[in-house]
Design a protein around this ligand. Structure first.
Ligand SMILES: Cc1ncc(COP(=O)(O)O)c(C=O)c1O
Length: 285
């Protein structure tokens, strides 16, 4: 069966879906997106993803083209239309097609696109053994809190990891940890989880929020703050979090072991808590 996607009010096979070449998403990267994991055909934290979409659209000074109710119905229909139990919904809104000019067009109609792919979470081996990471200077702009489709710096930074055979590139801005090229980063120091604050230099991750909520409800101490590169390099544990990678331990950074070079005890605990939480709210209602 062909993959069914949603484009501008219609559900149709992906091969039949086209966007005009003058779409501002294509010309300027003028748009925003969301990635929503789906477990047992239920969208995880949908309201939170839609709230972040609203924030991103506001950052671009764009009206939301759909109401929360309409989004929920569309996402549910897309999930039903696709076979997999566990899916990854990609949702994108651009400012739409218009004659090429940097300034906002007066009458453009936003392009709304959604697709679903089977959700691929990390393998049991990756979870058990952890992954490697490299580091780089954060070369992005000052509004990383907007989930913008203009991802060229993230693309270049992520490729550095791939070229080094690593899973992620950890970013430092002026010597301070921000996040990963496509993930949030946590550290652990003497049993305390360290997390950068949700400011304009990182994307406010939905998984990041879940991790801190779980830490709070389970009495695991955490500290939100600005952490210098040297402190991060000397941390006992480092983790990646994102909707599709969930929580993964980083066991080497720039080829040097993190802590004792194995996923640490706080990671194991948080990984279990995350899986239990997911099963509780998603699989069993
Ligand atoms: C730059 C960046 N930071 C953080 C995240 C994690 O966000 P979430 O947990 O909502 O997937 C992502 C997700 O793709 C990302 O691209």
């Amino acid at each position: 069966m062909s993959q069914i996607i949603y484009l501008n009010g219609r559900f149709l096979p992906i091969e039949q879906a086209y966007v005009p070449v003058l779409d501002r998403g294509f010309i300027f990267g003028d748009g925003v997106y969301e990635v929503i994991p789906v477990y047992s055909k239920r969208a995880f934290r949908l309201r939170e993803h839609l709230a972040r979409l609203e924030h991103s659209l506001a950052g671009l000074r764009m009206e939301n083209p759909r109401s929360p109710d309409e989004w929920e119905k569309l996402v549910e229909k897309l999930i039903r239309t696709n076979e997999s139990e566990d899916q990854s919904i990609y949702l994108q809104v651009t400012r739409g097609p218009a004659p090429r000019d940097h300034a906002f067009p007066k009458h453009a109609v936003p392009t709304v696109f959604m697709m679903s792919n089977p959700l691929v979470t990390p393998s049991p081996a990756q979870v058990a053994q952890g992954v490697s990471a490299v580091s780089a200077t954060d070369i992005r702009w000052d509004r990383c809190d907007i989930k913008a489709i203009a991802l060229l710096p993230n693309v270049l930074l992520r490729q550095m990891a791939v070229d080094a055979g690593a899973a992620e590139t950890i970013l430092f801005r002026d010597g301070i940890l921000t996040e990963g090229s496509a993930s949030n980063i946590f550290a652990v120091e003497n049993g305390v989880i360290l997390a950068p604050p949700k400011d304009r230099h990182m994307l406010p991750g939905i998984t990041y929020d879940v991790v801190l909520e779980l830490a709070k409800t389970n009495g695991i101490p955490f500290e939100i703050g600005y952490f210098a590169e040297a402190r991060i390099r000397n941390a006992d544990e480092l983790w990646i979090t994102s909707s599709t990678r969930e929580i993964l331990a980083i066991v080497t950074l720039d080829s040097k072991p993190v802590g004792d070079g194995k996923p640490g005890p706080v990671f194991h605990r948080m990984y279990r808590l995350y899986q239990d939480y997911k099963n509780e709210v998603m699989r069993h209602g």
